[in-house]
Every structure is written in C-alpha cells, then in structure tokens.
Ligand binder design. Structure first.
Ligand SMILES: Nc1nc2c(ncn2[C@@H]2O[C@H](COP(=O)(O)OP(=O)(O)OP(=O)(O)O)[C@@H](O)[C@H]2O)c(=O)[nH]1
Length: 371
C-alpha cells in the first residue's frame, strides 16, 4: 500500500525545498553582484537567511510545532523578508547597486501557498512586508525612477497573494463542507436519519472489536415489524414509511446511551448493538419497545397477527469474547428473531448465549411479551 506523507513531513519537505532554492539563487545573485558586495551578500545568505530556514526545519521536530506552526511561519518569512530588505539597503548604500526585490515576493508567495499560511497570518505578512518595503523606498531611492512602480509592484503582488490565499481558503472550505455532506449522505438512512447498513456495520464492527478485546458483555437486538407487507398493501407505502420512522424514533428513545450503535439493517429490519448491557436490561429495553408499539396502536387490520402493528425482537446477549465475530452474534440474534416470529410475533426472544460457536442457537432461552 502506498504510504502518504504526514502533514508535518510534507512541511519539512517544502522547507527543505525552500532552503535549496535560496542556495540555488545564490549562484545567480553572485554572477550579478559587484565583487565588493559578495562578502556582505554571502554573510547575509549563509549566516542569516539559511540558518532561519534551518531553524524552522528544526522547529518542525518540536512536539508543539503543530500548535505554533502558523506564528513560526510568519516569523520566519518576516525575518527572511527583512534580511532581504537589509541586503537591498546594503548593496545600495555600499555600492549604489540596485539589488532585485523579486526575491522578497518569492518569500511571501512561498509562505502563502507552499507553507499554507492561514489567512490572518498572510494578512499580517502582507502588512509588515509592505510597510518595510515602503519605508525602504522612502528612505533610499534604490530603484531611482523605478521606485514608485517597484513599490506598486511589490504592494500589489502581496495584495494579490493574500486575496489568492483567501479565495483558496474559501474554496477549500466549500470542498470540505461538500465532502462532509457526502460522508453524511453515504452513511445515513434517508428515511429514518439513523445509520444506514454500511455505516451501521462499520460502527458495530469497531465497537465489537473493542468489546471482544476487553471481554465485555454485548447485546445485539434484531427488530422487525410484523406483517408489514399487509400493512403496506392495505395502508399504502407512505404509511409504511411512517411506521418505519416510528420504529426508528422508538429505538432512539429506548437506546439513548452514546455508546449504543443503532441503524437500519434493511427494509423494516433494524439492528442495535448495545455494549455492556445485562440480560435484565435487555429485557427492560425490549419490553419498552413492545409497549411503545402498543401505545402507538397503529391499525393493521386484516393482518393474521391482530389489529395493530407490532414488532418482533431477537436478542443475543453475552460476553463479546464468547463469539467468533460480530456476524456470529447477529446470526444468533437473527435466529432468535425467527423464533419470535414463529412464536406468535409482538414478542422478544433471547438466543442462548453459551457455546455460540458450536451451536449458534441452542435453545430459545426466554421469551416475553409486553404486559
Ligand atoms: N413503506 C416501505 N415499505 C418497505 C420499505 N422497505 C421494505 N418495505 C416493505 O416491507 C415488507 C416486508 O415484508 P416481509 O419481509 O414479507 O415481512 P412481513 O410482511 O413484515 O412479515 P413478517 O416479517 O413475517 O412479519 C415488504 O412489503 C417491503 O416492500 C420501505 O422503506 N418503506
């Protein structure tokens, strides 16, 4: 599998590339500079600018780098920019040489787009860089007749860079929101708002693995509406949808613990994985659900089971470590549900919890009907 670089490793790579670029520019700059400026230039680049890059690189190894990365980027790029301003001043003051200012812009754009400076830090960099450059131009006519246009070019470029950073942040924000919505849509059942089967299985697998490792009890409930086909046929699909939503709301109100995982398993079938739930607690929850349906008193005339819509529940409860897999527990709960259906419906049935591997459902251990 292809390993992707972590964000910090990526930043380290970019900082290193930045350092290499500074070193490469030195070759070009030395060709351009009068000989008497070379020593000052090399001192500035080798003993100020490159060490600043190395210091930033070293800081990426500090445990608090993620927390302080933005101020660190700002300070470093600011320091590099002002070191460049000093170089421009020095070349002008010592030899009347107009050292190019474009490198300053490269630093800013490197900060904005490669290091990914946050918008407010980018604005701070733009302001500090603009003030420094303007002050330099006012104090020293380094670029002669080109002073004004040079200042305009620097200020406009910094401004455009900041706007670009803002636009990028905005678009990335929209992309992130769209991604989050896609994840929500792909994991949620549109009718009930509960987890859909894919998300339900994924959450349940994760939970079950934890419970298995820590040898904790687990309870799995399989719930299915009774004679739902007749209900749909008689009252229509919309009423059927409403009944499914009622079941979802009922489950939400009964399984309220944050650790309970519940979702729509398919059609009118629901699955609940409740960690750490004891048998009496399971019984209480199941009875609450059955009573809930009794209270709804949703007519289902013509069904062989009676005149109101009801629900059957299969429960498998035991130590998670006694089961080979989550599928195994679900299978046991499904078998118990089958027993509930054949035992008259509107009831709950416990699967036997011992020796699951050998006998997925040894006996339907207990059954109950809401009183
Ligand atoms: N309205 C509606 N009906 C659905 C939905 N999903 C599945 N169904 C219906 O649910 C019914 C399930 O019927 P069966 O599996 O035969 O089960 P049943 O009639 O409830 O019988 P028992 O489970 O044996 O009590 C089918 O008629 C499906 O069309 C849904 O999202 N909305």
């Amino acid at each position: 599998m292809k390993a992707s670089l972590s964000e910090t490793a990526r930043v380290r790579l970019f900082i290193t590339i930045g350092g290499v670029l500074i070193a490469l520019f030195m070759i070009g700059d030395l060709e351009l500079l009068p000989v008497e400026l070379e020593a000052a230039y090399l001192t500035n680049r080798l003993f100020v600018q490159l060490p600043l890059v190395v210091a930033l690189l070293a800081f990426t190894f500090h445990p608090r780098f993620p927390e302080f990365r933005q101020p660190a980027f700002l300070l470093t790029v600011m320091a590099l920019t002002y070191a460049n301003y000093y170089l421009i001043y020095l070349c002008w003051a010592r030899a009347g040489f107009s050292f190019p200012y474009e490198g300053t812009l490269l630093y800013a754009f490197f900060g904005f787009f490669v290091l990914g400076m946050a918008f407010r830090y980018a604005v701070a960099l733009m302001l500090f860089s603009s003030v420094g450059f303007s002050a330099l131009m006012v104090a020293h006519p380094v670029y002669g007749n080109f002073t004004l246009i040079s200042a305009g070019f620097v200020l406009a470029s910094l401004f455009i860079g900041v706007i670009g950073r803002h636009r990028l942040d905005y678009l990335l924000g929209q992309l992130q929101a769209a991604n989050e919505e896609l994840v929500r849509l792909s994991t949620t059942d549109a009718l009930t708002g509960l987890s859909n089967r894919r998300a339900l299985m994924s959450e349940s697998e994760t939970l079950f693995a934890v419970l298995q490792r820590s040898e904790q009890p687990v309870a799995v409930f399989m719930l299915d509406l009774d004679f739902f086909k007749q209900f749909n046929d008689r009252y229509g699909h919309q009423q059927g949808d409403r009944a499914i939503r009622i079941q979802a709301d009922l489950l939400r109100s009964v399984f309220r613990r944050q650790t309970d995982v519940l979702g729509r398993y398919g059609g009118e079938e629901f699955l609940v994985v409740a960690p750490g739930m004891s048998e009496p607690e399971c019984r209480a929850r199941a009875e609450e659900i059955l009573r809930g349906w009794q209270a709804q008193a949703l007519a289902n005339e013509g069904s062989p089971g009676g005149c109101t819509l009801s629900c059957s529940i299969g429960i498998c409860q035991g130590s998670a470590s006694d089961f080979s897999s989550l599928n195994h527990v679900i299978h046991c709960a499904d078998e118990a549900l089958y027993q509930a259906k054949h035992g008259g419906r509107a009831t709950y049935v416990f699967a036997a919890s011992a020796d699951h591997d050998r006998a997925p459902l040894a006996v339907a251990r207990d059954a109950g009907v809401a009183s």
